[in-house]
Design a protein around this ligand. Structure first.
Ligand code: ATP
Length: 239
């Protein structure tokens, strides 16, 4: 579970807070998509959950662990897939997975590596090829496989489908849905309204550091979400 309680971040020298009293709970088995324009506070939120930033006020809890007080404990329970997954180009997908699992200290047996890559949607023939020739979507899948291998209970994704073609983004949405069904708590930052709708769960729109509105993915159609998003952004989060 991911939980923000009155989570606030004011960067030094800045006037308005980058994140203003965020209250949010993402339980196991839910996807929460965070939308918002540039500078809304999405990355700040992610960095607070990862314990990379200390909050000015409030708490970011990962499965009950306060990320500011125990960042290593929080990160042990949280898998993070960034916008661009950094892998070793000369190593194969399998070798990269093995390396990152070892570094993380996870006890995942080697026999599970290939099934994990396949579960993340990587074609089997690609698993033994150097990743320097992988597409961005294939790299993202290795990133998800690394996250799965760590058996984290929560998953945070930052713009995971940026630069993916619609087919790859659609495949990625299905993967996220599967992880949700397997019981992960998923927080996904995205600019992609279609992806947010497709991944189900709840969709939050941030503006100027505030979580302005939360929609159930079932309760709003694409056009309605787009209109609401534009209204919220135009009003600076007060619509
Ligand atoms: N290290 C920093 N020092 C000062 N201000 C910062 C710092 N990082 C971010 N900010 C400011 O905090 C606010 C929120 O930034 P943040 O990066 O969280 O937004 P975002 O929603 O992730 O934007 P984007 O969609 O562009 O990634 C912005 O006004 C930004 O300029």
């Amino acid at each position: 579970m991911l939980e923000a309680r009155g989570l606030t971040k004011r960067y030094e020298g800045a006037g308005a807070p980058a994140l203003d009293r965020l209250d949010l709970t993402v339980p196991a088995g839910e996807v929460f998509c965070l939308l918002g324009p540039n500078g809304a506070g999405k990355t700040t939120t992610v960095n607070l959950f990862l314990g990379f930033l200390a909050p000015t006020e409030g708490q970011a809890l990962v499965c009950g662990v306060d990320a500011a007080k125990d960042p290593l404990g929080a990160r042990a329970r949280l898998a993070y897939v960034p916008e661009t997954v950094t892998l070793y180009g000369a190593l194969t997908g399998l070798e990269n997975l093995g390396y990152f699992v070892e570094v993380s200290g996870a006890a995942t047996p080697r026999s599970e590596f290939l099934p994990l890559l396949l579960a993340a949607g990587l074609p089997e023939e690609a698993a033994t090829r150097p990743v320097r020739a992988y597409s961005k979507g294939m790299r993202q899948k290795v990133g998800v496989a690394i996250a799965l291998a760590r058996r984290a209970q929560a998953l945070v994704l930052d713009e995971p489908t940026s630069g993916l073609d619609p087919l790859a983004a659609n495949e990625f949405a299905k993967l996220i849905e599967r992880l949700r069904r397997e019981g992960l708590a998923v927080l996904m930052v995205t600019h992609d309204l279609f992806l947010a709708k497709q991944c189900g769960g709840r969709i939050g729109v941030m503006a100027q550091g505030r979580l302005a509105r939360v929609f159930g993915a079932e309760d709003v159609d694409h056009l309605g979400l787009e209109r609401a998003y534009l209204d919220i952004v135009a009003s600076g989060g007060t619509a």
